[in-house]
Design a protein. Structure first.
Length: 253
């Protein structure tokens, strides 16, 4: 059988010429390395993403750690008044990772609350939108094939409000409020950790709550960066092993 293939190869060389045959062989050799090249590209992208996310997360954590809420915000002596309430809710279904290679389908009610409030010295401001979830339940295996049930059961089940101690605020409620002590120009850009809902950055959500959420978000970005870095390193090792196996296989031919 081997002499047959040798005769076939010599015939191809005579028919097409050594240069064309060499070009075809080079193309085939490159194709053998395509999976390793793809793996290497993915690992490089994950490593870069991991480094970027880790740097951004650590930078935000450091900046949040230097914030002094009492130096940035003043709690007003007089209460502010809720002038309007925008509360919407809807049932949602989404797939969530279980921490392994599997995922589960979860159904829940998502609430979105936005308050407009009047400050004691006159004028109205809008607080940033607060989004939360309630009534989470793990759906069955065939949930995607069925209609989405009502997980909200109306607005009365909402108990995660940040302004009125869990319950939804009502129009006319008097609530504590805060304003920046000093800032030039747009306060929202200078106090971005506070998630300002208006340019003057008047707030009815306690700035301490906002700082805690900023810490949490920065920590999650940093952890995601570390995860990407680990996955990228694993993919890099896998790509190197794959390349070594291909080279060893080609050398033994």
């Amino acid at each position: 059988l081997k002499p047959f293939w040798l005769k076939l190869e010599s015939g191809i060389v005579r028919a097409f010429g050594p240069s064309q045959v060499s070009s075809v062989q080079s193309t085939m050799n490159i194709k053998n390395f395509i999976p390793a090249l793809i793996c290497g590209g993915l690992s490089l992208a994950m490593l870069i993403g991991g480094v970027v996310c880790t740097i951004v997360g650590n930078s935000q954590m450091k900046a949040a750690g230097q914030v002094d809420v009492d130096s940035d915000f003043l709690k007003l002596e007089d209460l502010c008044t809720i002038s309007s309430v925008d509360h919407t809710y809807k049932t949602k279904r989404e797939a969530r990772s279980t921490g392994s290679d599997s995922s589960e389908t979860v159904e829940f009610c998502e609430d979105s609350v936005t308050y407009t409030f009047a400050v004691p010295d006159g004028g109205e401001h809008v607080e940033r939108q607060h989004v939360s979830s309630r009534g989470e339940q793990t759906a069955g295996f065939l949930a995607e094939l069925s209609a989405l049930p009502d997980r909200c059961q109306g607005a009365s089940g909402f108990n995660q409000d940040l302004v009125c101690n869990g319950r939804i605020c009502q129009q006319g409620d008097a609530v504590p409020c805060w304003k920046p002590r000093s800032c030039s120009g747009g306060c929202s850009s200078q106090l971005n950790w506070a998630n300002c809902g208006n340019s003057a950055c008047y707030k009815v959500i306690d700035p301490r709550i906002e700082l805690a959420e900023t810490h949490e978000d920065a920590s999650m970005i940093g952890l995601f960066g570390i995860l990407l870095f680990i996955l990228g390193g694993g993919a890099c090792v896998f790509g190197a092993c794959m390349t070594a196996c291909i080279m060893r296989s080609k050398a033994s031919e």
